[in-house]
Design a protein around this ligand. Structure first.
Ligand code: MG
Length: 412
């Protein structure tokens, strides 16, 4: 089963997506997601210039060997561009293998370990009233677990709040929160950690008072705090029994989590910007986190993320795979198959894609009573309509960045 074609497809229905499509000499095709939000074309070039020529003629069945070949033969290992490119090849090969077997991919990964995947959505509001409405909307859509992001008094625009009027005006689509905006430069947002730390516990108190103790609540700190600030936040949120507190400190320094961990029993999640098992080695071994946030798309695909999650399972650490809208339907399907099969599944982030995106990517997954299931179509269960994709050419878009009141650039 030799690979005879490898096409990199760039499309921007509601936002930019990069997809790798592999074709074998017996007519099977497989898809892999290579979308790297705000840096999409770097992965396109990596694939087209340096990976596609190496794939033609290789045996599509040799997934592990191809992974090791692409990782080790580059010499320059790791990094988001490399690992997104390898992930796309890996998922496309798994898609092909599962189609060849006539089975949904999760069967090849060991079969289903559960009936469906608990998923959480993103509720947000500048005020508590807006936030409560957003939580209720999510509950009406079936969500049984909800991430809560709030405005902070004195700050104009901050991460996680669904007030992206520019995006909505440009696309006609209101995502729960789509931070990447089309345009030649990243948008500037403002930030003040002390105001945030004062305000957030009052919001969680209000949400618990309104919605009761049962609803699993999550929150994302988005890499902005120092270790001691993060420790303070974790401690101040303990009365509100969070499912997890995410990305409290910049992810480059895993040791920071030691200090956070010493001070709080609030569960911690991190890893959406990690891309290999080496990024997790210390924080899993020292049990500094409770959930692995990596996406299949950004962590070398199913082959590599499964190794990370198997390692995590030895320490009772669970999956919490990244699932914002920049993970394409192909990447989401891969996550669902992996999540269904592994024992240490925790929760899946799930922001629904827009109608245009769903017209480009035909999908077999189901969303029932707050639970995802990848479906039983052979492969990963996603096909790409090339003509439909061709209607939406790439448009430059960037994630925002932060400045403090005195003009200092801050972590976003
Ligand atoms: Mg995050």
């Amino acid at each position: 089963m030799k690979i005879i074609a490898a096409d990199v497809i760039v499309t921007s229905p509601d936002r930019n997506f990069v997809t790798l499509k592999l074709t074998t000499d017996d007519g099977l095709t497989g898809l892999g997601d290579a979308t790297l939000n705000g840096r999409e074309l770097s992965v396109v070039a990596y694939l087209r210039e340096h990976v596609v020529p190496l794939l033609i003629g290789i045996d599509a069945h040799r997934i592990e060997d191809t992974w090791q070949f692409l990782y080790r033969s580059a010499y320059w290992r790791r990094g988001p561009v490399t690992m997104a490119a390898i992930a796309a090849v890996d998922v496309a090969l798994w898609d092909i293998k599962a189609k060849a077997a006539g089975m949904p991919l999760y069967q090849l990964l060991g079969g289903a370990s559960r009936t469906g995947l608990l998923a959480y959505g993103h509720a947000s509001g500048k005020s508590n009233e807006e936030l409560f409405d957003s939580v209720r909307e999510h509950q009406e859509q079936g969500y049984r677990a909800i991430r809560v992001q709030t405005g902070v008094p004195g700050l104009k625009s901050i991460y996680g709040i669904a007030s992206n009027a520019t995006f909505e005006a440009n696309t006609g689509v209101r995502y729960d929160h789509e931070p990447a905006q089309r345009g030649a430069r990243p948008a500037e947002e403002d930030w003040d950690t002390r105001s945030y730390l004062r305000h957030v516990p009052t919001v969680f108190e209000a949400v618990r008072n309104e919605f009761g103790p049962e609803l699993p609540l999550l929150h994302d700190g988005h890499h902005r705090m120092t270790p001691i600030q993060a420790a303070k936040l974790g401690k101040s949120l303990e009365p509100y029994d969070l499912f997890w507190l995410e990305d409290v400190t910049p992810a480059e320094n895993p040791e920071a989590l030691r200090l956070v961990r010493q001070h709080t029993t609030t569960p911690l999640a991190i890893g959406e910007i990690f891309n290999t098992v080496w990024d997790y080695q210390q924080i899993i071994r020292e049990q500094l986190i409770d959930y692995v946030r990596s996406a299949v798309t950004h962590t070398g695909g199913i082959t590599h993320l499964k190794k990370i999650l198997d390692y995590a399972s030895q320490y009772q650490i669970k999956s919490g795979m990244h699932g914002p809208t920049d993970i394409s339907p192909v990447g989401m399907a891969a996550a669902m198959h992996l999540g269904l099969a592994i024992h240490n599944f925790g929760i899946q982030e799930y922001m629904r894609h827009g109608d245009k995106t769903n017209a480009v990517f035909q999908q077999s997954f189901t969303w029932t009573d707050g639970m995802l299931h990848p479906g039983d179509t052979p492969g990963i269960g996603v096909e790409l309509d090339v003509d439909e994709a061709g209607r939406y050419p790439y448009e430059t878009a960037y994630l925002p960045y932060n400045r403090l009141a005195d003009g200092t650039v801050h972590d976003w």
